[in-house]
Design a protein around this ligand. Sequence first.
Ligand SMILES: [Zn+2]
Ligand SMILES: [Zn+2]
Length: 50
Amino acid sequence: MAQCKKCFRPVNDCHYCNGGRASSPIAGKLTCSKCNNTGSLCNEHGGYWK
Ligand SMILES: [Zn+2]
Ligand SMILES: [Zn+2]
């Protein structure tokens, strides 16, 4: 399981882009500012775990 590079806690699937699987087919590629396009979110650091 992926973990945060800052706090080393497990990251959760990003609920803004459904864990990197964007539901909208409009955008060709995933661009989620919440998780920094990683599909995962740290509770503390958001998408800046990578
Ligand atoms: Zn973190
Ligand atoms: Zn996201």
